[in-house]
Ligand binder design. Structure first.
Ligand SMILES: [Zn+2]
Length: 280
């Protein structure tokens, strides 16, 4: 794919290397559904602990990712995602919780960020939009989960405002929009579109974020919606990259909640800054 920012590094994950010029310590990526141990609808690299897969299989898949990334699970931050726009700042005390036991994960959190090294921020996905944030000058990384609910609650802008409150100018924040369901496969009704209309960002754009295809049926482009929300929060367009991958179209690579009718596994998005010395 031309200009596709995510590169398939091995069976298990895609990597984004666009920020490696700023930092050789940054790890940014998104897993595939391949190269793991799960079976029965979760074939094979399911990383979600909350989808009724065998927890031992999920744990072994998580350990595999940990070893591929050389990022120990004791340094992972894992959350219970609720399609809200709660964002928390992660420090050492949060690390390792929920890596193998979902009940121990950080409650009700769809966005997380840190300025500590050796913390891997993780979230689980099967069609929703992963948003990645990086401020090289301030040593901050962040990640957010934006389905249609998180998108219309503007979790994208919330993250930017949190960082602004910590003294980071929007122009010093770089963002990346990861693999999610595309407008090719995402049809929604008036209930959803009414919320999108409430955001007041479809006007004046060269191509619209949603398009009516039938009475009460619309194609919605969640990636572009989030791109516009990031821009509205002050992120320059040149600081926003976006993937062209659609999780529903790419059946060989990704789980898709819609395509698989709810019975499916989860991919994991991750970002962290390594401090190599601490692993010696
Ligand atoms: Zn598609």
């Amino acid at each position: 794919m031309h200009n596709e920012p995510f590169i398939l590094l091995n069976k298990q994950f895609l990597s984004y290397n666009g920020w490696n010029d700023f930092s050789t310590k940054i790890v940014t990526g998104f897993t595939t559904k391949n190269g793991g141990n799960s079976i029965d609808g979760y074939e094979t690299f399911n990383l979600g602990l909350h989808v009724n897969d065998d927890p031992n299989k999920v744990s072994s898949n998580r350990l595999k990712l940990s070893s591929l990334l050389e990022f120990p699970t004791s340094r992972w931050a894992c959350t219970e995602q609720t399609h809200e726009n709660n964002i928390i700042k992660i420090s050492s005390e949060h690390c390792g919780l929920g890596a193998f036991n979902y009940n121990e994960s950080i409650k009700g959190t769809d966005g997380l960020y840190t300025n500590d090294s050796n913390v891997l921020l993780t979230l689980c996905f099967a069609d929703c939009v992963p948003l990645y944030f990086f401020s090289p000058s301030h040593h901050y990384v962040g990640i957010a989960h934006a389905g249609w609910k998180g998108s219309v609650k503007d979790i994208a802008g919330e993250m930017v405002r949190k960082w602004n409150d910590e003294g980071i100018d929007s122009k010093d924040i770089y963002t990346l929009i990861g693999p999610s369901i595309g407008s090719c496969c995402y049809v929604v009704d008036d209930f959803v579109i009414d919320y999108v209309k409430g955001l007041d960002i479809n006007e004046g754009l060269e191509s619209p974020i949603y398009k009516a295809i039938n009475h009460g049926e619309y194609r919605l482009d969640l990636k572009r919606l989030n791109e516009q929300l990031l821009h509205k929060a002050g992120i320059p367009y040149k600081n926003i990259r976006s993937t062209s991958y659609c999780t529903s179209c790419e059946e060989g690579l990704f789980f898709s909640h819609r395509r698989d009718k709810g019975n499916t596994g989860r991919m994991m998005s991750f970002i962290g800054l390594k401090e190599e010395d601490s692993y010696i």
